[in-house]
Ligand binder design. Structure first.
Ligand SMILES: Cc1cc2nc3c(=O)[nH]c(=O)nc-3n(C[C@H](O)[C@H](O)[C@H](O)COP(=O)(O)OP(=O)(O)OC[C@H]3O[C@@H](n4cnc5c(N)ncnc54)[C@H](O)[C@@H]3O)c2cc1C
Ligand code: FES
Length: 307
């Protein structure tokens, strides 16, 4: 790690779904690679306990003009080397995307609940990953985790070959470079005996069909599938409308929301669930089931911070 900074301070109570202990510490940039209009930022994070796919971290450049960190999904991890896929849309993300190798970043995480691999792989249907734009960010880690799972517990020889289908929608070819980091993880799945086809669409038609990922879903999603979905709220809403028309589809959505603390204290990220109860996206989420989010047939945005 660069700079001889204090390694871990302070410990933050409240682990994510993996039971790993979240901590705030200074990481150092080991790679900053352009992915078209996105950036693949890799940090060495001392003491990183490992994230469940779908968990996030609050990141803030050490020399930052921003008061708060920004929530970013963990895209890949190899021990203490952790990668994030970032869209530079505002001050906080632009600062992070401008960092050079050796510069330091405050990292608080892993945070939130993440996707439940048991639920995503239960039953005879396929696992389907649906991402919009930088919503593809958690999927390299999710694919790797699924590969590790199938390597540890291969499907019975007489069972049909399992399939993980990846559907991604981007604005244009430049943003579609965000599909790149999923390729290696898809190969890990193929090596584990799982077929991993995918389809990429762009709104301007520069890569794949000229359509939104929700239109791709109409062709691809089948009864019995289990979906992990990540993207901006309008896409989540569109996915929910498609899924309401396909029988026996189960869906888990990773929500984006404005966040201040990231650890459940400020209640700035609260959404209202279908049953009227309130949940913090940073703590009870960011992953929520379709049943928790939506009354069937009702697709109003949850009240609160969903953005
Ligand atoms: C759990 C979680 C995981 C996330 N994972 C990633 C990730 O892996 N990669 C990534 O690039 N982003 C991710 N985001 C979104 C990211 O946190 C925001 O883009 C970021 O906080 C914006 O900060 P900023 O300072 O750059 O922009 P700001 O200055 O805060 O905002 C710039 C503009 O973008 C708008 N905006 C801010 N946040 C969002 C948002 N979430 N969606 C749409 N518009 C927004 C603002 O209204 C404003 O107009 C995630 C968000 C959550 C909650
Ligand atoms: S961001 Fe503070 S409670 Fe969620």
């Amino acid at each position: 790690m660069a700079g001889g900074a204090p390694a871990v301070w302070p410990p933050v109570a409240g682990a994510g779904a993996g039971g790993a202990f979240a901590a705030r510490c200074l990481g150092a940039v080991v790679e900053n690679r352009s992915l078209g209009s996105l950036v693949w930022l890799t940090l060495e994070v001392p003491g990183w306990p490992g994230a469940v796919p779908g968990q996030f971290a609050m990141l803030q450049a050490r020399d930052s003009g921003c008061f708060l960190g920004r929530p970013l999904s963990v895209s890949a991890q190899y021990g203490e080397v952790v990668s994030f896929m970032i869209a530079p849309i505002g001050e906080g993300t632009r600062e992070l995307c401008a960092l050079s190798v050796g510069e330091q970043v405050w990292v608080l995480g892993p945070l939130g609940n993440g996707f439940d691999l048991d639920l995503l792989t239960a039953g005879p249907g396929r696992t389907v990953l649906v991402g919009g734009g930088v919503g593809a960010a958690p999927f390299p880690l999710l694919l790797s985790a699924l590969a590790a799972r199938y390597q540890q517990t291969p499907p019975p020889a007489d069972a049909p070959k399992p399939e993980v289908l990846v559907l991604l929608g981007f604005r244009d070819a430049s943003q579609a470079c965000g599909a790149g980091p999923l390729a290696g993880a898809a190969e890990e799945l193929e090596a584990a005996g799982v077929s991993c086809p995918g389809e990429v669409a762009t709104e301007d038609g520069s890569i794949g069909r000229p359509e939104r990922v929700t239109e791709t879903m109409w062709r691809q999603v089948r009864p019995g599938d289990r979906l992990a979905v990540c993207g901006p709220w309008p896409m989540i809403e569109g996915v929910a409308k498609v899924c309401a028309c396909i029988p026996d589809v189960q869906v888990w959505y990773s929500l984006e929301a404005g966040m201040a603390c990231g650890v459940g204290s400020c209640h700035g990220c609260v959404v209202t669930l279908a049953d009227g109860s309130r949940a913090r996206v940073c703590r009870e989420g960011p992953v929520f089931s379709s049943a928790a989010l939506f009354d069937r047939g009702c697709f109003d945005a949850p009240a609160g911070g969903a953005s």
